[in-house]
Design a protein around this ligand. Structure first.
Ligand code: OAD
Length: 239
């Protein structure tokens, strides 16, 4: 059975996305030639230690990223993924992206594995705060500094979110892996869980990744272009 049949017959679908999906919206990815980690060192910016060392610097770096994200709009990839949510009876979007663009494009069932850059929480007591637009680091009423509510290196993912992601990956008949280098755990394990329970794996990326070896179909290209083609030929039934 090929992808066309699977899409027609499959009811349970998961989509795992990474920063490649937002690349066409002008948001830099992490790895690769122009990736953020070429210019910055994760351990100097995206770790609890980094924040303890220099909270203002980390806050400013996230503000800079918020500035880029604030100007960005969802691209074709986000919109096709939002159509997919309407198409499949049981659908879950699992994203490593913290930019909130999937929600802007209309997706409702989203597991944000690495949090959301617009949310904040206290580094000390964990109290949650919403959006804060301030150049200067802010303090919680407990005296602790506020930080973005994202997952940093060395931190655990939210347990409930992660459990739901694994459950949905296990139940899926169809698993799309789009625009992720597939090297950051535990997200990178999800397609393997789907594969083990018999799902058909479709990967879309500019280049092959460690996940490509288990993909039933590898589509080489930009996420937006590849997904628009797929929508025309499958989701709208014209192919
Ligand atoms: P990466 O930067 O590691 O990978 C981006 C992937 O997208 C690469 O495999 C690219 O080939 C691919 N790509 C780039 N442009 C694309 C396009 N237009 N269409 C399709 N694919 C494209 O980003 P992630 O896999 O998201 O974590 O990184 C995973 C995690 O590592 C991030 O969530 C972040 C990071 O460090 C934390 O901050 C905890």
């Amino acid at each position: 059975m090929g992808i066309k049949e699977i899409i027609k017959k499959g009811k349970r679908c998961v989509v795992l996305t990474g920063s490649g999906v937002s690349a066409e919206s002008g948001i830099p990815t992490f790895r690769g030639d122009k990736g953020l980690w070429k210019e910055y060192r994760p351990e100097e910016l995206a770790t609890p230690d980094a924040f303890m060392r220099n909270p203002q610097l980390v806050w400013e770096w996230y503000n800079w990223r918020r500035g880029i994200i604030a100007k960005a709009k969802p691209n074709a990839a986000h919109y096709v993924i939002s159509d997919m949510e309407k198409f499949f009876a049981d659908f879950m979007l699992i994203t490593q992206n913290i930019d909130g663009l999937h929600r802007k494009a209309g997706n409702k069932d989203i597991l944000e594995l690495h949090g959301n850059i617009w949310e904040n929480k206290c580094f000390n007591c964990g109290k949650r705060y919403g959006e804060i637009m301030s150049e200067k680091l802010q303090k919680c009423e407990c005296g602790g500094y506020l930080r973005p509510d994202v997952v940093w290196f060395g931190e655990s993912l939210d347990r409930e979110v992660l459990e739901m992601a694994f459950l949905k990956a296990r139940e899926a008949e169809l698993c799309f892996v789009i625009g992720t280098s597939g090297v950051v755990q535990p997200a990178a394990s999800l397609p393997y869980v789907s594969k083990e329970s018999g799902a058909y794996i479709v990967e879309i990326n500019l280049e092959r990744t460690p996940i490509s070896s288990i993909a039933d179909e590898f589509i080489s290209g930009k996420a937006g272009e590849a997904l628009v083609k797929m929508r025309e030929s499958f989701l709208h039934g014209s192919g």
